[in-house]
Design a protein around this ligand. Structure first.
Ligand code: MLT
Ligand code: MN
Length: 335
């Protein structure tokens, strides 16, 4: 864990140079990847949905893996999750590229916040190796995964500090040098599971609240805020109450039905077994959040077996009729 040891005057000078003295008036969020692990189409998937998007069928759009970017000033950006598609996502997002007047090696990405240690959320860190300073924020269990896997040392902690997100508290997201980004997060554990590659035989806790999977409320000073929960196994009363009254929710849209991957013939696992709550059904996320007052509700982290990916499907229509949006790459939300 990094200890921020800079003098506050240094930090303020740096903030001044970046024009952060004025209180941010808006939180800008750009969803740069809306697919679950594997993306859409997935490289080896021959299911009808991947086939259709690969063929360019009407009503289908390609999606990269789960990630978003947020900024309080439009110039300094914080990534939320680092997907294996990060190079493509940066290439498609001018705001995340070096500015024309910036040094020869530079990035507007000041920090990366991780919500779990799944491959689709951490593998992109490896593509950010180039001795470029930024900060990593994650809950303790996810930091332990990074520490236990020496390949992540391509990001030298002396250059890319790793900082622990405390649960149930608000954290100002700061660049590697300690200067503020203007973006803050409130982090909280949600029901979920450890990454697939950490599972041990006989393990049955796929909806524990151990901090292996977290949700975030992302804010920017007095600007609005939104909730980002790309993985969640259950919506209990406490979570529904937490979300009540929010202007915007970006939520786990992995599967439409719990048995979807089995029905599609592509896998043996249910959504629950993967730590994901289905959209539909009595226990699903649409029903569980029907009573909560939420301004915009948007599904993200959508698996390549989910029928809502076909804009002409009955499932897509049902989700829209229930007041939900289906996230797409490049979607922007300003609060
Ligand atoms: C998940 O969201 O369950 C994981 O990303 C699955 C995976 O690791 O492929
Ligand atoms: Mn995932």
């Amino acid at each position: 864990m990094d200890v921020i040891a800079r003098e506050s005057s240094d930090i303020e000078d740096s903030a001044d140079r970046r024009g952060l003295r004025a209180a941010p008036t808006a939180l800008r969020v750009r969803i740069i990847g809306t697919a679950a692990g594997g993306g859409f189409p997935q490289w080896n998937c021959n299911y009808r949905l991947s086939r259709a998007v690969r063929a360019g069928a009407a009503g289908f759009c390609r999606r990269t893996q789960s990630s978003l970017a947020a900024s309080a000033d439009g110039r300094n950006w914080v990534l939320f999750n680092a997907s294996p598609d990060i190079r493509q996502q940066i290439a498609e997002t001018p705001q995340l590229q070096p500015a024309a007047d910036a040094p020869l090696r530079s990035t507007p990405i000041r920090a990366v916040v991780l919500t779990n240690a799944d491959v689709d959320h951490v593998a992109g860190l490896l593509s950010l190796r180039e001795r470029q300073p930024f900060a990593i924020y994650a809950a303790r269990p996810v930091l332990e995964v990074l520490e236990a896997n020496s390949i992540f040392n391509v990001l030298d902690p002396a250059i890319v500090p790793r900082r622990e997100l405390p649960m149930g508290a608000e954290t100002d997201i700061r660049a590697a040098d300690g200067s503020p980004t203007g973006v803050s997060v409130e982090s909280f554990a949600v029901p979920g599971k450890i990454a697939l590659y950490l599972e041990e035989p006989g393990r049955t806790d796929f909806a524990s609240e151990s901090g292996d999977t977290i949700g975030l409320r992302i804010g920017a000073g007095k600007a609005g805020s939104l909730f980002y929960i790309p993985g969640c196994a259950r919506v209990d009363a406490a979570l529904a109450a937490r979300l009540d009254g929010t202007a915007c929710l970006l939520f786990d849209g992995t599967v439409y039905t719990d048995d979807e991957m089995i029905d599609a013939g592509v896998g043996a696992k249910t959504g629950q077994r993967m730590g994901h709550l289905a959209m539909s059904g009595k226990e699903g996320s649409i029903a569980a959040l029907a009573g909560a007052r939420i301004g915009r509700r948007v599904f993200v982290h959508i698996n390549n077996t989910n029928p809502v990916l076909d804009e002409n499907s009955a499932e897509h229509a049902a989700v829209r009729a229930a007041g939900w949006e289906i996230g797409h790459d490049g979607m922007e939300i300003v609060l």
